[in-house]
Each structure stands twice: as structure tokens, then as C-alpha cells.
Ligand binder design. Structure first.
Ligand SMILES: [Zn+2]
Length: 427
């Protein structure tokens, strides 16, 4: 962990005297709804969770076995890709109006363009984290030195905007969630916690704000708690956030603010089991769209993407968790399987799997980052990735008509054109 991170001082938002008595020099306090000035119906922030990044370096069940140790009906709000004042300031206004604290994963290039926006995020009590310098969407394929440079310069840019390096939290989210072992290892070696998420709300796609809110709430309801991934640079997120906050309040959810432990602020005591979702979530469409650390996957053929074994689905549905493990061959995490899928076990039964075009969805396809933060011309194209063979649309449609897909809890319908049928269809 760097000296700057170790020396990070968490700001006191309120109750400084109580904090001093308790021996915590600067731990942010939760802004509960009752104390939210001017808004007696505020959602508020129910508690502050202090985490040690070195103990649990990879979190978020979209990709990792562990996630934040939340209680039932607790949610952590995260916003990526900012700051972009036109939208970020509205997000910050709404969060302030409800006394809700969140975590912002800022892009270095945006921070250099809008340094005041970075300071506002911090000054209003949110956790400031980073998201690379230029937001390249090929972290899983770029040379290690370039990935490290992206991480380091992004951190430097945000620190520079903050003016006080200790105001930056040692949290990082890989752009596009393009995880790979060497990047995670590098972050861990620097004492930085890699955040994936537990569910996105697809707010980078061309959908309405209402749809974003609906996805956010339905996916949260499916898991019961977790880390929500949003983007403060999107107009549709500005539109969605009031609905999300209102629904969270109405449904009895509580917002948790996450900060990093340091010498003065000890971690919140937790048990290892609290860092796992209980019960383990079933595989969902949303989950299978992201490169995850291999856990319960088999490889059918090298021309196909990895997908859950049928046995896994059955095991989850029956509430079991390990009955299928014996038949599954795993690759070591550092292997980087998302880059080079390897054939191991021919599958005799398989689920419908996402087609290559599903993986073409990029966070900033239409986002404001592209306009406001010029990307390097050498950004690697998705075409470098191995692609599965495609099924003709007419063939896929015919298969779909014979046997409609059945979505799992927490998943969202995806354009059928994005699916290719495996050898066994869900019924
Ligand atoms: Zn992003």
C-alpha cells in the first residue's frame, strides 16, 4: 500500500466530538434519514463500512466469489466514469438531498479536465476512487506495462485534482470490467481493492431512465443486497436516480457508505462468511455477460465462449452448491482464460450461450466519455478477441420459437439476436 493511501485521513462529516471520544479521529459518520437537513423523508445513509483492501482485494459477485459484507437489504451505490459536471453535479445534488453517500470511480482524464468536480465529490463526503486514466476497454488484452501505466496515471490525475493525495481511497474498478489476473495482482500489490459489482443497471445502453431504475431495483431484489453499478456521466442515470432512491426507501433498503481502513480507522469487524452472498446467487444473464474468475464453468469447445454447466444450474436450483464440482475442470486465475479459452471437456449438454455480439457492448459506446475525454487512437478493437461461430438469425429465431428462453431471477431480457443456442435448450 502506498504511503499516500496509508496516510489517508477519512473526513469527519458530523459528530466530531463523539468520534474523538470514541478514539476515531476522522471516521465519517452515517447521515441517517432523521438527521438529513431539509428532508425528513430522506433515504439517508445507514452506516459506514470500513474495509481493509488487503484482506479482501477482489469484490463483486458479477465476477468474483466475494463481495462486500452487507446485511440483507443493504446496498452500496457506485458511480463510474466521471466527473462530467453537466450530469455528475445533478447526481451529487440528488445524493445530497437524500443524505446518501456513494463511491465514485473517476477517470483520470476527466479529473484533469474537471478537477473542481473531483473535489466536489470528496467535499460532499463521498468516497473517491479511480477507474484508469483513459478508460480503455482492453485491460484484459493490453501489455502489463500499459495497464499499470493506466492505473498509475489515473491515480495521479485524481490525486492532483484532489490536491491532497490522502483524499483518494485505494479502490479501483477496471474499465468495462475487463478483468485479468495480472491487473488484479498489480492492484493488490499496491494495496488497492479491485471492485467489480453485484449488479449493473445497464445505464450505458440506449434505454430510458425508467428502464435503468427498473433494472437496478429488480436486480437488487433478486440478490437482496449488494453493490450497484451506475454511471454519473449519463443523462438516463440522472433521470433514473430519483426513482431508484425513492424505491429503495419504499422497499426498506438501507444505503451503506464504504471507506478504506487506515492507521487511524480500523476495519469493521466481519467474519469471512459475510463476504459471500447467501445463498449463492444463481447464474444470471447479467452475470454471464462479464469475464469472471473461473469458478463453476466448463469449456465445451475452443470456438465457443465459456458458459455454466447444466449441472451447475440444477445444483443451484436445488440449493446445493458443490455437487457438480467434481466434473468441472478449472483453470488457475492467473491464466487469463477470458483471453484464451482452452478446450478441456466436451460438453454433452449445455445451456443457451451469449453470442459474440453480447460482448461487444461497451460502456462508452454512446457515453459522454468519448466526447469529453479523447481516447487514444490505438484503443484495441474488440475484433482481437476470439469469437464463437455465429448462428444465422433465421436459425436462431426458429430455435427460439420452438423453445422460448426462460430467464432466471435477477436477469433481464436480452435481445434474442444476442443468443446462440447450445446443444440443449432451457425449457
Ligand atoms: Zn467505466
Amino acid at each position: 500500500m502506498s504511503d499516500a493511501f496509508r496516510g489517508r485521513t477519512l473526513r469527519t462529516i458530523a459528530l466530531p466530538i463523539l468520534a474523538a471520544i470514541a478514539g476515531f479521529s476522522a471516521l465519517p459518520s452515517a447521515a441517517n434519514a432523521a438527521s438529513c437537513a431539509g428532508n425528513p423523508n430522506a433515504l439517508g445513509t445507514s452506516r459506514v463500512l470500513v474495509v481493509d483492501p488487503t484482506e479482501h482485494p477482489l469484490i463483486g459477485t458479477m465476477q468474483y466469489p466475494e463481495t462486500l459484507p452487507l446485511r440483507d437489504r443493504e446496498v452500496v451505490l457506485t458511480f463510474d466514469d466521471g466527473p462530467l459536471p453537466a450530469h455528475s453535479n445533478k447526481i451529487l445534488d440528488m445524493l445530497a438531498g437524500d443524505c446518501v453517500k456513494a463511491t465514485f470511480f473517476l477517470v483520470g482524464r476527466m479529473a484533469r479536465q474537471f478537477p473542481a468536480g473531483v473535489r466536489r465529490v470528496y467535499d460532499e463526503g463521498h468516497t473517491v476512487a479511480t477507474h484508469s486514466e483513459t478508460h480503455p476497454l482492453n485491460f484484459d488484452r493490453m501489455p502489463a506495462e500499459r495497464a499499470e501505466h493506466e492505473i498509475d496515471t489515473g491515480i495521479a490525475s485524481v490525486k492532483s485534482a484532489l490536491r491532497d493525495p490522502s483524499h483518494l481511497s485505494p479502490f479501483f474498478r477496471i474499465p468495462g470490467l475487463r478483468r485479468i489476473g495480472n491487473v488484479e495482482d498489480y492492484l493488490t500489490s499496491k494495496g488497492i481493492m479491485t471492485w467489480s459489482a453485484d449488479f449493473p443497471a445497464d445505464d450505458w445502453l440506449k434505454i430510458s431512465g425508467q428502464q435503468v431504475a427498473k433494472l437496478a431495483i429488480s436486480r437488487l431484489e433478486a440478490k437482496g443486497k449488494g453493490v450497484l453499478l451506475l454511471h454519473d456521466i449519463q443523462a438516463r442515470t440522472v433521470e433514473a436516480l430519483p426513482i431508484i432512491l425513492s424505491e429503495l426507501k419504499a422497499r426498506g433498503y438501507r444505503v451503506v457508505h464504504v471507506v478504506a481502513a487506515d492507521a487511524k480507522n480500523p476495519k469493521t469487524p466481519t467474519e469471512p462468511s459475510q463476504w459471500r452472498l447467501h445463498p449463492p446467487s444463481a447464474p444470471t444473464v447479467a452475470r454471464t455477460r462479464w469475464p469472471a474468475v473461473p469458478s463453476h464453468f466448463v469449456y465445451a469447445h475452443k470456438s465457443q465462449v465459456a458458459y455454466p454447466a447444466l449441472a451447475q444450474l440444477v445444483a443451484h436450483q436445488n440449493g446445493a452448491s458443490k455437487s457438480y464440482a467434481k466434473s468441472v475442470e478449472l483453470l488457475p486465475r492467473a491464466n487469463g482464460w477470458s483471453v484464451r479459452p482452452v478446450m478441456t471437456t466436451p460438453a454433452t449438454a449445455s445451456l443457451p450461450i451469449p453470442g459474440a455480439n453480447i460482448f461487444d457492448v461497451a460502456e462508452q459506446t454512446t457515453g459522454s466519455v468519448r466526447r469529453h475525454a479523447r481516447r487514444p487512437s490505438a484503443a484495441a478493437p474488440h475484433s482481437a478477441r476470439p469469437r464463437p461461430a455465429r448462428t444465422e438469425p433465421s436459425q436462431a429465431a426458429a430455435s427460439s420459437a420452438r423453445s422460448p428462453l426462460q430467464l432466471l431471477p435477477g436477469s433481464a431480457p436480452i435481445n434474442e439476436a444476442g443468443f446462440r443456442q447450445g446443444s440443449l435448450q432451457l425449457r
